[in-house]
Design a protein around this ligand. Structure first.
Ligand SMILES: [Zn+2]
Length: 372
């Protein structure tokens, strides 16, 4: 085709989207929340250690949508803030370097954080709360610079009623009873974007498998116990194939996968804590049904598990600095998902080395319904 005669990909009405200005780097953020399942609301605080990019920065602007902000403090001193329901402006003190900004607030989020409960039409529904931030909905449940250019370590401290569990990014630091509730404290040290910070809360059981010493946790409501390994049983093989293809070990200390009620997507690759829809549970059936389902290399649950697992490398570890690169996350996850599901014999890895990859042909056993 002659130079200049190509057709542009962009739609005529599309406009350029520029990334928001970065005033600071967030080094660490700690979100501490109490969940009210009756009111479907939250209350608590978010504390951020921020390092201004311009040393003369005298005001920080945080993305914060429809929060009821009670107070702000900078380095422990009360700060007079301004808030227009979308941007929280916090005056900084005169010192230079890292500041600690603490915001106390409550909210009944319309996005980002979702509650589910049984009702007259659906008495079988689970009482749960879960987050889904991508692309920019974290701001509806905690204040932050809600853009993938800002990556920090994080802590999540979530108080729930007794009998509930909370699963989040990184390692479980502690689980302690407090009055009529339980407080789960999670910490993730790998810097990550606001959209990958997550938690799920509900009455989850857990089955754990292992691959190369890596713990793979499958979290599910009791009603789905018989089908858990039909959904997640391919995970050890998938992680092994992805490690071969990328030439890189799975980059985090654990991998949680949790199925939640009414999830607004098929799955979301939250950092080492993927959240998935209950709709992909293969229906319980006979041994023949089970074997037939797994004879299909594109069995829906297995493809979904592979896609979100691939994102742990591409999207979460190799990570975009702007949403204009989101297609690279999705392209790699979709490509690798496809490779894990095919009976391919030899692939050229990213480093140029050829590796054999095969789907297991061994007869699969019925799911083991043990575990807690
Ligand atoms: Zn994806």
């Amino acid at each position: 085709m002659a130079a200049g005669s190509h057709k542009s990909f962009h739609l005529p009405e599309s406009k350029p989207h520029y990334p928001p200005e970065r005033e600071f780097r967030t080094l660490h953020r700690k979100v501490e929340l109490t969940l009210d399942f009756q009111r479907m609301s939250i209350s608590g605080s978010c504390t951020m250690d921020v390092e201004p990019i311009r040393q003369d920065l005298r005001e920080a602007h945080l993305d914060a949508c429809e929060l009821d902000v009670k107070s702000c403090a900078v380095d422990g001193a009360k700060a007079d803030f301004e808030y227009d329901n979308a941007v929280l402006s916090v005056p900084l003190n005169q010192k230079n370097g890292v500041r600690s900004i603490r915001v106390e607030y409550s909210a009944t989020p319309k996005e980002g954080l979702y509650f589910s409960a049984p009702d007259a039409e659906h008495p079988e529904k689970e009482v749960q709360a879960w987050t889904h931030n991508e692309p920019e909905s974290a701001r509806f449940w905690y204040p932050c610079h809600d853009h993938p250019s800002d990556k920090s370590s994080s802590e999540m401290v979530i108080r729930v009623p007794k009998g509930f569990r909370v699963i989040s990014n990184g390692r479980l630091v502690s689980e302690r009873e407090e009055g009529d509730g339980v407080v789960f404290h999670w910490r993730e040290d790998t810097p990550h974007s606001s959209y990958l910070t997550s938690f799920v809360a509900g009455k989850f059981n857990r089955i754990t498998q292992e691959v190369h010493g890596l713990k793979l946790h499958y979290n599910f409501p009791e009603s789905k116990r018989a089908d858990v390994l039909r959904y997640f049983g391919e995970t050890p093989r998938i992680i092994g194939v992805l490690e071969e293809l990328t030439g890189m070990k799975y980059p985090y200390e654990k991998y949680d996968q949790t199925t939640v009620q009414d999830f607004i997507s098929g799955g979301e690759e939250n950092l080492n804590a993927t959240t998935l829809s209950m709709n992909y549970y293969p229906e319980a059936g006979t041994e023949e049904d089970f074997q037939q389902m797994y004879s299909n290399p594109f069995s829906t649950a297995s493809s979904l598990v592979a896609h979100e697992a691939a994102h742990q490398w591409y999207g979460d570890w190799v990570t975009c600095s702007d949403w204009c690169h989101a297609w690279i996350n999705e392209a790699w996850a979709t490509y690798l998902e496809s490779l894990t599901q095919r009976g391919v014999s030899v692939l050229t890895r990213c480093d140029g080395k050829c590796v054999p990859v095969r789907r297991s042909t061994s007869k699969r056993t019925r799911p083991n319904t043990g575990g807690r």
